[in-house]
Design a protein around this ligand. Structure first.
Ligand code: CA
Length: 433
């Protein structure tokens, strides 16, 4: 997964999640006050040749030459020389971003702490207030795009607390820096050029085009290239202004979900109860079955509710092992994951949407007594599994499908329930035997 395949939301960044699921974001916070620290002057932790302090200094010294070299590409996108010159005049690199680009948090949150943070009572209350305040707009957007208004509100709430925190770094400077300095220049060159296009078209006020250090902006944190693909003018002023127009913002978010496969009138998924004797190997994002088939395998809906539609395809997610809740995930869950390829993120969005609609908290408890492994411990766990002959690829501290499968096999040899959950006690077992 490309780390920057989507904007890194400020809240997600601030609550970086342990590698409990593939694709969990683990990036540091994006936005700092004007008094923010300067670049550390140190090489990045990735070890990438473009992230050494010498390479960063050399690239920064050539910043103007690099920006100038982008002019032919800008011209092909119908950016005028006047816009180009005005945009890059006085632009300096923001090298603090290099520290953020390579930062890896040592301690991270559990799946449940992450959900608690994002689906808080305050965020639920504020979301209901915003749904009421913008009721007419939400109704019109829901009609036009067929996307559940509560999902749109939940993304708004999780990304920026309904616009309260959106970042204050100029997008042009951030994307310009990343296009010319550091290890992701190819990716960010596109973002920088897309930013110039936004300025050329006049969609967003230049002084309001501010956001996260990676260049995500607006209250639902679009990257500039995502803006190009998905932003729409919904208030009819011919500008696609996802910063200052709530109708444009909500409709653009709905358009992105619809384009990514949102199915009207359906839920994202269901909380389910998984029997202890269940074959946990079936809990895999690559294994879709109908709800009826899952029921035959012993899965039932939490709270003794019936499933409304037996023929929908779903996959089973068991994020915290046999001691925590399970979830059957429908097509719309995958559409949310296109917004951010993290199951924890998408589950937070789906659950917050349900709560905004008046739904109840999850029925089953999380294994809150489980301690979350630090990055060093996750690496050690993977190394110990490799030493036992499991093929995990290169240990990276991210607990993906291969690690889960190895843990399941190890658990079954011990006679434990083979749920693949990387607990502290499993690490102890691996160390001691
Ligand atoms: Ca507009």
């Amino acid at each position: 997964m490309a780390i920057f395949s989507r904007p890194i939301s400020l809240l997600l960044a601030a609550t970086a999640l342990a590698g409990l699921c593939a694709g969990a974001p683990a990036q540091p916070t994006g936005t700092l006050p004007p008094s923010a620290p300067a670049w550390s002057g140190e090489s990045g932790g990735s070890g990438h040749p473009q992230m050494t302090s010498e390479a960063i200094r050399a690239a920064a010294a050539n910043f103007r030459g690099c920006l100038e070299s982008l002019w032919p590409m800008a011209a092909r996108r119908h950016i005028t020389r006047a816009t180009f010159d005005a945009s890059i005049a006085g632009l300096t690199p923001d090298l603090r971003i290099m520290d953020l680009l390579d930062s890896q948090p040592e301690f991270t949150k559990s799946f449940w702490d992450y959900l608690d943070t994002l689906v808080s009572d305050a965020r639920i209350a504020k979301g209901r207030e915003m749904l009421e305040k913008h009721r007419v707009t939400f109704e019109a957007v829901e009609r036009a795009y067929g996307v559940d208004r509560h999902i749109i509100a939940a993304i708004w709430g999780v990304e920026t607390s309904y616009g309260a925190i959106g970042g204050d770094r100029p997008v042009l400077r951030s994307t310009g820096t990343l296009a010319c300095v550091g290890r992701r220049q190819d990716y960010f060159r596109e973002e920088f050029l897309a930013t110039l296009e936004i300025l050329q078209r006049g969609d967003v006020r230049p002084d309001h085009l501010v956001g996260s250090w990676a260049g995500a902006f607006g209250a639902t944190q679009f990257m500039p290239t995502a803006f190009k693909r998905y932003a729409v003018d919904f208030d009819g002023d011919r500008r696609r202004d996802i910063v200052d127009s709530v109708p444009d913002l909500l409709a653009s978010t709905a358009n992105k979900l619809k384009t990514n496969g949102w199915v009207s009138g359906l839920s994202w998924g269901y909380e389910v109860v998984v029997p202890v004797t269940f074959n946990f190997m079936l809990a895999d994002r690559g294994r879709d079955h109908t709800i009826a088939e899952w029921e035959r395998l012993g899965i039932h809906r939490a709270g003794n509710k019936p499933f409304p539609r037996a023929q929908d395809q779903a996959y089973l997610l068991i994020p915290a092992g046999v001691q925590g809740p399970g979830f059957l995930m429908l097509q719309n869950f995958r559409a949310i994951m296109k917004y951010n390829p993290s199951e924890a993120y998408a589950l937070a969005i789906g659950h917050l949407a349900d709560r905004l609609r008046g739904g109840e908290p999850f029925v089953q408890d999380w294994p809150r007594y489980e301690r979350v492994l630090s990055r060093a411990e996750r690496l050690e766990l993977q190394q110990l599994l490799v030493r036992r002959g499991y093929d995990l690829g290169e240990p990276d501290g991210q607990l993906g499908g291969k690690t889960r499968a190895a843990i399941r096999d190890f658990q079954s040899k011990l006679g434990y329930v083979a749920d693949g959950f990387a607990s502290a006690s499993i690490l102890e077992q691996l160390r001691g035997r």
